[in-house]
Design a protein around this ligand. Sequence first.
Ligand code: NDP
Length: 267
Amino acid sequence: MTLSLSGKIALVTGGSKGIGFAAALSLSEARAKVAICSRNLEELRQAAADIEARTGHRVLAVQADVSSQADVDRLVAEVEAGLGGIDILVNNAGGVGQIGPFEEIPTDIYTSLYEANVVSMVRLVKAVLPVMKAKKWGRIINISSENGLQPDPDMTPYNLTKAAIINFSKSLSRSVGSYNILVNTVSPAFIMTPLVKDMLEGIAARQHTSLQETTQQFLAQKRPGIELKRAGTIEEVGAAIAFLASDAASFITGTNLRVDGGSVTSI
Ligand code: NDP
């Protein structure tokens, strides 16, 4: 099956690296017109050039911080002016916040991470909905995490935001379904992105172990549910996102697609 998104316009937040980059690449390979945003302009431009070189399709790069209402408004306006009204929104940008025992995490961290991971998505959805409703076609794909269903005790702020995203997607899918706007969540686990590699390298440096040893140790101790006994690749998540954006997924809404190698142990 070949996915075709020809004529569709997609915005991927946090598209300069990791899962967002792979999502943008997969959508561009399916011939969507793609825009990406992130805060670091140099990395963003490099990512856009990289995707263009691989697919032959132009990628619009717009520097924006999704935590800022002004940036979100400008981002959507620039994409609409440069490419047209947005058909596909991939809400991927997000951070992990402070990691550690609950008692050591200040209350403010919860507020700022909720703003960055959840309220940012609400802002983007509000900005794109009028056009999607007018077109009677839309795809909104929100990136959560295994942590939204299977919380890590040292990541309480992150767990909370990722659980909220799953609930938000389902709520929104019920609110906009009659406009043929499909809303789904993708929940990855342990994907080898710059975010995860940095974390593993930090542990490796503290323990004086290699990256490979540290990865195997992390899998055994922290992610025993991953039946495939390896980290996932960004391409494996990008493919799932492109599938949900395509007409092949035209009867799927309100679902949470776990791309986690089995990490979440519940059915
Ligand atoms: P990376 O840190 O590798 O990439 C994050 C991307 O988001 C970068 O492009 C970054 O660019 C951008 N970004 C971060 N904050 C903002 C912001 N406020 N405004 C605009 N852009 C922003 O992360 P991953 O690819 O690993 O993660 C992507 C998503 O997947 C996140 O939502 C994460 O929670 C989720 N996830 C990841 C998993 C994994 O194993 N990697 C597992 C489960 C979920 P810049 O910093 O320049 O803004």
